[in-house]
Design a protein around this ligand. Structure first.
Ligand SMILES: Nc1nc2c(ncn2[C@@H]2O[C@H](COP(=O)(O)OP(=O)(O)OP(=O)(O)O)[C@@H](O)[C@H]2O)c(=O)[nH]1
Ligand SMILES: [Mg+2]
Length: 241
């Protein structure tokens, strides 16, 4: 199987080389696609220079200007499908997700899951170094999503996920309007509504040490409304119903 890890980046110059080297040190071969939005700090340049050493396994999409995490992933998914990858992973550049957990997500897919989520809120999942306010916000957001959408997933906003290519092929990306947490929720929601099997495995999520967060209030508001909109979309139901 061909495995591709997509890492969206915006101003991650301090993190990008260390994270790529961790992924490429794993015992199993993962390819990496970085989707960089012309980071002013030169993240894309660093990736280009590393491509010389990893010509077969490191790829870069450069986009003009910051257009958000969701559209970066969609561009990456399209590239992954065109290039025949069978399992596609989402991972942040900032070490909040531990690259060592990639083989655990992979194992879950190989055991038969269609979607494997690195989950903070399943039993044994953890969040380290976040202020309590941020943990509470994130946790109650996940409860809100579960109530509104009526799904069992504990960590719907998680951004550390493995998707089988069949799941992405069935996803209606045009229907997704949100770019932040709402995007993460809608990806999982569509997968479930399309009948795919989603499993959560516990991870320890760590706050970033280097670089700046791109999270802001607008993304939370967007997600709040997007979840209500999602419910109306009747994913997975034929129009005849
Ligand atoms: N290409 C691209 N990447 C982005 C954009 N916004 C965020 N990212 C990347 O997406 C990943 C997650 O973003 P973060 O800023 O860490 O957001 P977060 O994890 O919700 O917030 P923190 O935990 O506070 O860091 C990181 O690798 C970012 O560099 C964007 O607009 N375009
Ligand atoms: Mg982060």
């Amino acid at each position: 199987l061909k495995h591709l890890v997509i890492i969206p980046t915006y101003n991650e110059v301090e993190n990008i080389e260390p994270i790529l080297s961790k992924v490429f040190q794993l015992p199993e071969p993962f390819h990496v696609l970085v989707v960089d939005d012309s980071s002013p700090d030169g993240t894309g340049k660093v990736v280009k220079s590393l491509k010389e050493n990893f010509a077969q396994s490191l790829f870069l999409i450069e986009r003009q200007g910051k257009t958000g995490l969701g559209t970066a992933y969609i561009a990456g998914f399209e590239w992954a499908l065109q290039n025949n990858y069978q399992v596609i992973y989402e991972m942040d550049a900032d070490f909040s997700h531990n690259p060592k957990d990639l083989p655990r997500l992979k194992a879950e897919i190989e055991k038969g899951a269609d979607v494997a989520v690195g989950s903070r809120y399943t039993s044994n999942g953890r969040v380290k170094d976040w202020p309590i306010s941020r943990i509470l916000l994130s946790y109650f957001a996940s409860v809100y999503v579960r109530l509104i959408l009526g799904i069992k997933v504990k960590d719907t906003t998680a951004g550390f996920v493995a998707y089988k290519k069949e799941v992405l092929e069935k996803t209606d990306f045009k229907a997704i309007n949100s770019v932040g947490y709402g995007f993460q929720v809608e990806m999982k929601y569509q997968a479930i509504k399309n009948g795919f099997k989603l499993v959560e495995i516990p991870i320890t999520f760590k706050d970033r040490i280097k670089g700046k967060s791109k999270m802001h209030k607008g993304i939370i508001k967007e997600a709040f409304w997007a979840v209500l909109e999602m419910r109306k979309k009747r994913y997975g139901k034929s129009l005849a119903n």
